[in-house]
Design a protein around this ligand. Sequence first.
Ligand code: ADA
Length: 552
Amino acid sequence: MTDTRTVTNLAGSWDFAWLGETDVDAVDVGAIAFDDRAPVPGCFDVLPNYVGRRGLAVYRTRVTFDNAALHRLRFDGVQFWCRVFVDGQPIGDHAGGFTAFDMDVTDAAKGERELIVLVDNRFDARRSAMHHAFFDWYQHGGIARGSWLIALPEAHIDRVVSQTVALDPPTLRVMVRGAAEAGVLRIAVDGVEYVNDTVTLGERIFDIALPEAALWSPHSPNLHTLRVALGGDGVEQRIGLRQVRVDGADLLINGQAQRLRGVCLHELHPDHGCALPDDVIEDDLARIVDLGCNFIRGTHYPMHPRLLDRCDELGICVSCEAIGWGNKVDNLTDPTFIAQQKAHMTEMVSAAAHHPSVIMWGLLNEAFSSDPEARPTYETLIAHLRDADPTRPITFATNQLDAGDRCLDLCDIVSINHYPGWYKGDVADIPAELDRIIAQVAASDAASANKPLILSELGAGAIPGWEDPHNGRWTETYQATVLEAAIEHLFTTRRDVTGLAIWQYCDVRTTEFVETALKRPRGFNNKGIVDEHRRPKLAYDSVRHAYRKLSE
Ligand code: ADA
């Protein structure tokens, strides 16, 4: 998003101090000795002095406040808890990584001011109830995404939401929330003005018919520019006109049934942690396109805004997922966890809703959806997500079918994580095992038998470079064979599944939590079809061949 407001990019080299085990509430920000520097955006725990450390880190920079009525700080993602200070005064706390949040500085002081951010990457059920040590990926700490200072006039726009509400003619619904008693509101699409009114605000909704506008689809990813101006404030969003709907077992984009050929993607790299530079994002997407994919399942948290921008342009569909991994009932029923998830989902939707590539929302990967006590939380969080965005289908990836999933009726798309040929049986068993697990959906809840179904994870581990005459588990050959057999069965033999997201695009460092780490040779989840430095394994060619053939 670009605006006509004064927006200062705060990226750069910030002062840095390591406070380690210090209790956040005991910190005297005036007494910190900043003896190092750290890049923003970046993860501090990949820097040589702090690699692999958990604790409290402090970042400091100086920013210039001008004569604007209001200054707003925006962070696109801080891992995974932070407290922000301006000139020594606390202005807010934020829990949970991977989503954008704003903090307003309401005092009137101008000139150069000191901005300090305490960043905590410790596992702490009270502060960071969504992040747990047992998750199967390394959870880095830092101001990992963009940070900005936005100068706003008295009358300004707080929020713009756009949705496609009809296709014939293409009709855009624009919701504007403004902070002003009254003002002149103007709305333009591709430079043509459709609204120019003196309005009273709060929240206003406009339906704009755009008969000439080209629709967005994976084959024709047409994009448009929406501009909303209120008095002297203006916001620009790039949008796509398209509708996503579920009709029985079909997932439709603009009425066309989709078959999703995908990979699960972690935003992780040994050199950058979760703060991927643009060139790594670009490189990953180039490979994903080369593989013949039209789908990314963002695992297991909302993806970087830059990645979503590029998916909009490339016509790659994305499942945008809230943070979650194997959450058990004690966590699922914890009021702090529920409150943090709700806030996180609101932020996820507000940051990603204008991306046409985001075609579904996901939540609670492999949580204990078979436990009756978990159901109320699924109901609450799915209702919250639906309320935040009624236009996209909702899914959660389950591995609880054999245990009797009790929540499938709540979702619009059934997503199954299953590993035939890896955790269960051998390559020869894959077709029958896939048939069996898919049949479980109907057995667990008849209504779900007629919903779109995605194999949201399936894969096999391969240690990069490992070959062996037995061609057994952990060899690159075995991994390639598993993926070939699964793709063949799902897309050629059965043809009734909506999609597959191979687990996973690249190898990723796993957690330091011993129980998980012991199951992960090298300390990595090795199921990538490229390794952690993106060097292709044998499976890359197998998947490329199979996916490309399907896309013809
Ligand atoms: C789960 C989980 C993934 C990964 C995978 C595996 O399905 O959702 O994050 O841990 O298992 O490799 O076993």
